[in-house]
Design a binder for this molecule. Structure first.
Ligand code: PMV
Length: 326
């Protein structure tokens, strides 16, 4: 029995979205994305390799994983075992410190933490770029959670790269959790469906690079207004491509639209606040730090908003000691 390793990684929210895969089966992205890693949404994962185990044992949020969630974990473990020339099976225990059932994506922080804990438990010393590449193969957005602050994942790239540190802008993220609808279609399936059936998909892929370049420039110039404008256009262009699919892929709810309206109303009062939505009904709002409590209170007041979370920008994935408790 070898000592295990524990890692923490934080979720990230794409300011400029990725939606769609590059050709081939390597889980490379069709468009460039730019994200912010969040301190308050973290996954803690413990991995221990044990020659006495005859199969990988994967516990996610207190329950034994089976089917596709387990298979995705095992395939990342297999890639790392192959790389280390090892064959022992592993015990994986992973917990999120944010509400998983809320529909907030947890695959980014989950696979980044798994890649780091499992590679360390195998004695592999992977560079951040190699870790990011391993995490990306499991979930493209996970490539970005290896790094803290503002992170880019270019179209077709194997690994994400850091762009600016967490404290580069004086901002925080306010997340409005809205009423959940019927179970959402997962991102991999949703992307494929959009690519195959939506006449707007090509337009989305064609316009994404210039929007990404504009946002990246605005970020580095600390121009929050332009960054915010490109951020809102990116999420709405992505959702437009989904809405034009057949049948339509509609992740946005009435409560989502009400939050967007409230964000626009806050802006008309001079508050710098900008929304983005992923493959779900929740709204994540990038807000100048001075206005965080006002925005959190206002969004909490919107009908259909069940809960508001506030997060500072966060650090990249890290090992947190060798205790067996995950
Ligand atoms: O990498 P996945 O399968 O978690 O897909 C992420 C897709 C979006 O969250 C909608 C956009 C993004 O860039 O994170």
């Amino acid at each position: 029995m070898s000592g295990g390793k524990t890692a923490i990684a934080r979720a990230n929210i794409a300011l400029i979205k990725y939606w769609g895969k590059a050709p081939g089966n390597e889980n490379l992205t069709a468009v460039p994305s730019l994200s912010l890693t969040l301190a308050a949404l973290s996954t803690r994962t413990h991995v221990r390799f044990d020659p006495a185990l005859d199969a990988d044992r994967v516990q996610l949020g207190g329950a034994l994983a089976e089917g596709r969630p387990r298979a995705r974990v095992v395939s990342l473990l297999d890639a790392l075992r192959a790389r280390a020339g090892r064959t022992e099976r592993a015990e994986v225990v992973s917990e999120n410190d944010f509400p998983t059932a809320s529909g907030l994506a947890s695959s980014a922080s989950g696979f980044a933490a798994l890649a780091l804990a499992a590679s360390a438990a195998l004695g592999l010393e992977l560079s951040p770029a190699e870790l990011s590449s391993q995490a990306r193969a499991a979930s493209a957005s996970a490539a970005r959670s290896v790094f803290g602050g503002y992170v880019e994942l270019l179209a077709g790239a194997r690994a994400a790269e850091p762009v600016a540190p967490p404290d580069f802008l004086d901002v925080a993220m306010v997340i409005a959790l809205t009423t959940l609808g019927p179970k959402a279609i997962g991102s991999t399936e949703g992307m494929r469906h959009t690519e195959v059936t939506s006449p707007y998909y090509r337009a989305w892929v064609a316009s994404a690079p210039s929007l990404f370049a504009e946002a990246r420039r605005a970020l580095l110039a600390r121009d929050l207004e332009t960054l915010g404008a490109s951020m809102e256009q990116s999420t709405l262009m992505m959702h437009a491509s989904m809405l034009a699919a057949r049948p339509a892929l509609v992740y946005l709810r009435d409560s989502t639209l009400r939050v967007m309206e409230r964000v626009r109303a806050l802006r008309s009062r001079g508050i710098a606040a900008f929304f983005t939505m992923d493959a779900g009904p929740h709204v994540k709002v990038l807000v100048e730090r001075a206005a965080v409590s006002i925005v959190a209170a206002e969004l909490g007041d919107v009908p259909g908003v069940e809960r508001v979370l506030v997060s500072e920008p966060g650090a990249g994935a890290e090992l947190v000691g060798d205790s067996p408790e995950a």
